[in-house]
Design a protein around this ligand. Structure first.
Ligand code: NAD
Length: 260
C-alpha cells in the first residue's frame, strides 16, 4: 500500500515509534528510524525490519532538540530515498513535578523534543511534499493534548501545542494532497510510562501499584493500557488514500478517557 514511499519516524528506537515504524514497513514504506541511542545499538533493529518486510531502513541519530540536525535528517532521507512522503513526529520525553518546582532545563527539553521538533521536521519536509502533491504528517500528541493532569505542566503544554500545530498545518496544505493529524493516546505501557510510575508515586506520596490503578488506569474507562500495535494500525490508515479527507483532527485512542 505504501510501496515506494519513505517515512521518517522520530523517536522510533523504542515504544510507540518503533511499533509505528514496523507497521509502516509492513505496509511497504522505506523507513528512517531515529532516536538517541548509539547506531550500534539500533543496527539489529534496522536489519530486522529490512529482512522482515523487504524495505530499506536507515538510522539517523538526529537530536530532536537541535533544529540543524533535524533539517539534515530530512535532507539526508530525501537524498537516500528520493523523497520524504510521511513524517511521524513521535519523539517525546516526560518529567513529573509540581509547576513551582519544575526544573527549567526539563521544561526546555520537553518543549523542544515534544513540540518544537514537530515544527522543524514539518518545515523541512513540506516543500518536497508540496512539489509531489502528496504527503502525510502524523503527530503523536496525547490525551494530554486534549486535557490536563497535575504535575505535567511542560508535557501538557507541549502536547496542546502539537494539536494546535496539527490544525494549522492541515489548513495550510489542505488543497495540496497533504494531510496532517494528531493521534492522542491514553496510557501505553512503554519505557516512557514505566519511568513515570516511580516518579508519580513520589510526587503524589502513594505506592507504584496505586499509581497504575488509581492514577493511570483510573482515567481510562477500558481499564487497559493502549497497545502500540493499535497506534501502528491507525498511522497506516492515516497514510492511506482512504484517509485523504481526514485532516486537522486530534484522534483520541484512550479507552474513553477524554469522553468523561
Ligand atoms: P519511549 O520512551 O518508549 O520512546 C521515546 C523515543 O524518543 C525513543 O526512541 C528515544 O530514543 C526518542 N528520543 C528521546 N529523546 C530524543 C531526542 N532528544 N532526540 C531524538 N529522539 C529522542 O516513549 P513512548 O512511550 O513510545 O512515547 C512516544 C511518543 O508517544 C511520545 O511523544 C509520547 O509523549 C507519546 N505518548 C506516549 C504515551 C504513553 O503512554 N506511552 C501516551 C500518549 C502519548
Amino acid at each position: 500500500m505504501l510501496n515506494g514511499k519513505t517515512a521518517i519516524v522520530t523517536g522510533s528506537t523504542s515504544g510507540i515509534g518503533l511499533a509505528i515504524a514496523g507497521s509502516l514497513a509492513e505496509a511497504g514504506a522505506n523507513i528512517v528510524l531515529n532516536g538517541i541511542e548509539p547506531a550500534e545499538q539500533v543496527d539489529p533493529v534496522v536489519q530486522e525490519l529490512q529482512e522482515k518486510w523487504g524495505v530499506r531502513v536507515l538510522f539517523d541519530g538526529a537530536d530532536m532538540t537541535n533544529p540543524t540536525q533535524i533539517e539534515a535528517m530530512v535532507v539526508g532521507a530525501e537524498r537516500a530515498f528520493g523523497s520524504v512522503d510521511i513524517v511521524v513526529n513521535n519523539a517525546g520525553i516526560q518529567y513529573v513535578a509540581p509547576v513551582d518546582e519544575f526544573p527549567i532545563a526539563k521544561w526546555n527539553a520537553i518543549i523542544a523534543i515534544n513540540m518544537s521538533s514537530a515544527f522543524h521536521t514539518t518545515r523541512a519536509a513540506l516543500p518536497g511534499m508540496k512539489k509531489r502533491g502528496w504527503g502525510r504528517i502524523v503527530n503523536l500528541a496525547s490525551a494530554h493534548g486534549l486535557v490536563a493532569s497535575p504535575y505535567k505542566s511542560a508535557y501538557v503544554t507541549a502536547k496542546h501545542g502539537v494539536v494546535g500545530l496539527t490544525k494549522t498545518v492541515a489548513l495550510e496544505v489542505a488543497e495540496m494532497g497533504i494531510t496532517c493529524n494528531a493521534i492522542c493516546p491514553g496510557y501505553v505501557r512503554t519505557p516512557l510510562v514505566e519511568k513515570q510510575i516511580p516518579a508519580t508515586a513520589e510526587a503524589r506520596g502513594i505506592s507504584e501499584d496505586e499509581v497504575i490503578r488509581d492514577v493511570m488506569l483510573a482515567a481510562q474507562p477500558t481499564k487497559k493500557f493502549v497497545g502500540t500495535a493499535e497506534l501502528g494500525a491507525l498511522t497506516v490508515f492515516l497514510c492511506s488514500d482512504a484517509a485523504r479527507s481526514l485532516t486537522g483532527a486530534a484522534l483520541p485512542v484512550d479507552g474513553g478517557w477524554t469522553a468523561h
